[in-house]
Design a binder for this molecule. Structure first.
Ligand code: PHE
Length: 473
């Protein structure tokens, strides 16, 4: 394998035959599609609710600007400079046996792991879209709606079928390649997402709970945010911008040389933040209108929201729009995750795109089966509890699904982000990075500020996250 890579490097300039995005907009749509997902529309509202709104949102925006965007710039740059997927990116800027390659591997493995359970939750959103379409919530009381979520979570059949549907759609998109696959799918999915968002926001605007929601999300409340809340905001800023999983490296590798990475990154982060805030302003008005609590946790969207919908006229249609929106956002993110894995095989082992997409998709599907079965342990009469129970030395209360999520989205993602920041700032260095940072010669001061952030601020932030994870702060 090493020889084939070496000879390829000699035979052609890296990335000479590489597909590129057809326009700046195409890249922004695809990268925004990667960023906007379950994290922005499902998780952000519920962690905002659990952390009391106001201050939490402010702290989150601060981290997006000061920590996450600089890392995103670093990843896109790394991809564009090397014109390679993560492992190749580190190899082309060092050598074939450099320990830095581990950072690239971390990205590919994280994408694989995250997609395996992300697809299961994405499946829930499709299931809930169908339930809404049949107006199922209308006839149920809150206890029944809660029980319905639990029974879906526990049903192997429902979870496996939707997991398969999401993975098949994802493979279909990745099969087509950069232009006629990822780009084309996102050019349909993203405008649709925006349109649905606007319609739902219009509806929320006219609800009686809107002002209360506005105050909750933006108002400076007297209760202070906890240290744990601050670190949760930091961790989420990584996940929501899809950094630390090789995704922005891969998408950046298809970006034209003359594009401004800084401007594009700001646009992507801006869109993602806008959608996250809008999601809060869609979910909370409904929650408050029906007198429900904002701190319901992960059940906010799958339990509290349907309870509100059950009391609302036209709740079925509203629910259908909301859950489809969520499914679309999740699908675009799933596509970016599979692309990292599939493109790795195309670049590293010269597999055809078709083969890479199919085999990666199937493997992710198989690896996601225990996650799909995590809520229930019996399938066709067979007990799977040994598979889904407490693995990898996880704590008593963590099943396979939670364990993979915990490992990938906390440890691997932050480690890989740290690796990218350290690599560019300390190893690649100023002289090689600056011409790529600002192709036409841009502000040196901005560049230095960014480099300083990567050198000192990002490592400090990551250390804090780790200390919190291991319970030291
Ligand atoms: N950013 C996506 C979200 O908010 C999740 C994701 C993480 C997607 C990493 C791709 C890579 O849901």
């Amino acid at each position: 394998m090493t020889t084939s890579i070496r000879s390829r490097e000699h035979a052609e300039a890296p990335g000479a035959l590489r597909e590129t995005w057809s326009s700046r907009l195409a890249f922004i749509l695809a990268a925004t599609g990667a960023a906007v997902g379950l994290g922005s529309i499902w998780k952000f509202p519920y962690i905002t609710g659990m952390n009391g709104g106001g201050w939490f949102v402010l702290v989150y925006i601060f981290f997006i600007v000061v920590i996450a965007v600089p890392i995103m710039i670093a990843e896109i740059l790394l991809g564009r400079m090397s014109r390679s997927t993560p492992v190749g990116a580190f190899r082309s800027l060092t050598h074939a046996h450099s320990p830095w390659l581990t950072v690239g591997w971390l990205g590919v493995v994280s994408s694989f792991l995250i997609l395996s359970y992300y697809s299961v939750v994405a499946g829930w959103t499709l299931h809930y879209a169908v339930l809404s379409a049949f107006n199922v919530f209308a006839g149920l009381n809150p206890e029944q709606i809660t029980a319905q979520f639990q029974s879906m979570y526990a049903s192997p059949t429902i979870n496996l079928i939707w997991h398969a549907v999401i993975m098949s759609l994802t493979v279909l998109a990745v099969l087509g390649g950069v232009k006629s696959g990822i780009e084309r799918w996102n050019s349909i999915l993203m405008p649709l997402l925006l349109l649905m968002m606007v319609v739902l926001f219009g509806k929320a605007l006219s609800s009686t709970g809107f002002l209360e929601a506005l105050d909750f999300v933006f108002g400076p409340h007297s209760e202070r945010i906890t240290g744990r809340g601050v670190l949760e905001a930091l961790g989420h800023s990584f996940f929501t911008l899809s950094i630390g999983v090789g995704c922005m490296i891969t998408y950046g590798s298809y970006l034209a040389k003359d594009e401004s990475v800084v401007k594009n990154s700001l646009a992507i982060a801006g869109f993602d933040t806008l959608i996250s805030l809008l999601s809060c302003l869609i979910v909370f008005p409904i929650i408050f209108t029906f007198g429900l609590k904002p701190d319901a946790g992960p059940g906010l969207v799958f339990v509290s929201l349907p309870i509100a919908l059950s009391k609302m006229t036209g709740g079925g249609l509203w629910g259908l729009t909301f859950f489809l929106l969520l499914a679309i956002a999740a699908l675009a993110s799933a596509i970016s995750l599979l692309e990292v894995v599939a493109a790795h095989f195309v670049d590293e082992y010269h597999w055809s795109r078709k083969r890479a997409a199919l085999i990666s998709g199937l493997t992710v599907f198989a690896f996601g089966i225990p996650s799909a079965l995590s809520g229930g342990t019996r399938l066709f009469g067979t007990d799977f509890s040994h598979l889904t129970g407490h693995v990898l030395g996880a704590s008593q209360s963590r099943n396979w699904f939670d364990t993979i999520d915990y490992l990938a989205s906390n440890y691997l993602l932050t480690l890989s982000s740290l690796g990218v920041a350290l690599f560019l700032a300390w190893r690649v260095g100023e002289a090689s990075t600056y011409p790529n940072f600002a192709p036409g010669g841009g502000s040196r001061r901005l560049f230095r500020l960014w480099l300083l952030t990567l050198k000192y601020v990002v490592p400090l932030a990551v250390v804090m996250v780790f200390l919190n994870l291991v319970g030291l702060i």
